[in-house]
Ligand binder design. Structure first.
Ligand SMILES: N[C@@H](CCC(=O)N[C@@H](CS)C(=O)NCC(=O)O)C(=O)O
Length: 218
């Protein structure tokens, strides 16, 4: 049975699951949920994911939503990859960073992604809300300091090898330039993300997720 991934490719949360599937060489069928057309609200999709958000995974009668849960499921199909380590402490560390991503890093990046990219791409509004950006800047620096400090002297977020933690945290960084994240002071984050971008699976996914030219224009 083919695993189906319902995704909106320009979104970092969809990129996250597509990149892991590509990295593991899993043959997944991509089903486009076009947020610009409101397809996430179609009754058929809402029956799979009551949040009416992407991504969602369907594997036979198993339906999973939440990108980090989907990634754990994908990585468990290929335990030998080490993306979700079997060792309890190593696995907890990966999980810890996935939780941190949802609680702190995703919201820190999402303000910029929404104000500079999603608003234009999905809502057709070209005016970022300066008050939201000012508040978002504080939130971003608070989280970025933690991640940057942690990455000093490390190639990957958790342990010595690539794991789901890198995919979880690195995906939002793809929008850093387009969404004007204030990432300049964080050399460790920029160095680590450049390493992720060099992965063949990352490159393949970026190509699949290429933003339409209109959205990419500043
Ligand atoms: N925590 C969820 C977030 C999913 C999410 O917010 N997806 C956005 C795309 S980036 C979405 O579908 N938004 C559509 C909407 O809000 O209507 C995850 O990681 O899967």
């Amino acid at each position: 049975m083919t695993i189906e991934l319902y995704v909106f490719p320009p979104s970092p949360r969809s990129f996250k699951v597509m990149a892991v599937a590509n990295h593991l060489g899993l043959d997944c069928a991509l089903r486009m949920i076009d947020l610009r057309k409101g397809e996430q609200k179609a009754p058929q999709y809402a029956a799979l994911n009551p949040n009416m958000r992407a991504p969602t995974l369907k594997d036979g009668d198993l339906v999973l939503w939440e990108s980090n849960a989907i990634n754990q499921y994908l990585a468990l199909r290929r335990p030998e990859s080490g993306l979700f380590p079997a060792d309890e402490r190593a696995r907890l560390d990966v999980t810890r960073w996935q939780f941190w991503e949802l609680a702190h890093w995703d919201p820190a990046c999402a303000v910029f992604a929404f104000e500079y990219v999603a608003k234009r791409l999905v809502l057709g509004i070209n005016e970022p809300d300066q008050a939201a950006l000012a508040k978002g800047t504080e939130v971003f620096h608070r989280a970025a300091k933690v991640l940057d400090g942690h990455l000093a002297g490390r190639k990957f977020v958790s342990g010595d090898a690539l794991t789901l933690a890198d995919f979880s945290l690195g995906s939002a960084m793809n929008l850093a330039e387009l969404a004007h994240y204030p990432v300049e002071p964080y050399a460790e984050i920029r160095r680590w993300h450049a390493g992720l971008r060099a992965l063949p699976s990352w490159q393949k996914t970026l190509a699949q997720c290429a933003l339409p030219a209109a959205a990419a224009a500043a």
